[in-house]
Design a protein around this ligand. Structure first.
Ligand SMILES: NC(=O)c1ccc[n+]([C@@H]2O[C@H](COP(=O)([O-])OP(=O)(O)OC[C@H]3O[C@@H](n4cnc5c(N)ncnc54)[C@H](OP(=O)(O)O)[C@@H]3O)[C@@H](O)[C@H]2O)c1
Length: 180
């Protein structure tokens, strides 16, 4: 059984990035180098990162590719190539959430990190997301890319697992998705 997790930060009004895809507000707020909000422990628990094309393009602007030991899948219907420097561990996939999970399960992956709001919403709508950790940053952006808000075939019920408040005002909540 595949385990698929999202681990994502939002503004208090629910945005994961500004409309121009910038995350300066998040980088500024999380500048404390001694606290990673559980991110490294989470990333080291996953076997594969499944991300949207826009998240991939944002990551390409970082000084280095962050997923050295994990396989990565970039969901896109428009990208045709991946920079050669990333090697074989980063692959393109054009298909549904169900298709990518089927492929990765068949190839032995067991725990996915699902990233990017469009991909997260696709996984949720398909009933394929197992859990989500949302770190809320105390800032209002007014507009941007929403974590949620895409169509759902029916209500989705979750179980609250834990909430932790950090000194800097970040509030992190974990939820598990209940099977319908
Ligand atoms: N706050 C945070 O923690 C956080 C985390 C991750 C990302 N972000 C930010 O969020 C922004 C991007 O988020 P986003 O939600 O707009 O985009 P996204 O989910 O990263 O990417 C959306 C794109 O992924 C492709 N895609 C998604 N599902 C697909 C499918 N089933 N089949 C084929 N292609 C599929 C499509 O690309 P094509 O158009 O190529 O078909 C789609 O336009 C970036 O600025 C990123 O930096 C923030």
């Amino acid at each position: 059984m595949m385990h698929a997790s999202a681990f994502i930060a939002t503004s208090l009004d629910g945005y994961i990035s500004r409309a121009d895809n910038s995350i300066d507000w998040l980088e500024d707020a999380s500048s404390d180098a001694t606290e990673d909000y559980g991110y490294e422990a989470f990333v080291s628990s996953v076997t594969c990162v499944v991300m949207g094309r826009k998240t991939f393009q944002r990551i390409l602007t970082f000084p280095e590719w962050p997923y050295q030991t994990q396989r990565a899948i970039v969901m896109s219907s428009t990208l045709k190539t991946i920079p050669e420097s990333l090697g074989d561990n980063v692959q393109l996939f054009n298909g549904s959430a169900q298709d990518v999970v089927q492929l990765l399960e068949a190839e032995g992956d067991s725990h996915l990190y699902v990233d990017g709001s469009r991909v997260i919403q696709d996984f949720i709508a398909a009933g394929l997301l197992t859990d989500i950790t949302i770190t809320t940053v105390p800032i209002l952006l007014g507009e941007g890319v929403s974590l949620f808000g895409g169509p759902l075939p029916k209500d989705v019920k979750l179980r609250h697992v834990a909430t932790r408040a950090y000194q800097n005002g970040f509030v992190q909540s974990q939820y598990g998705f209940l099977k319908a």
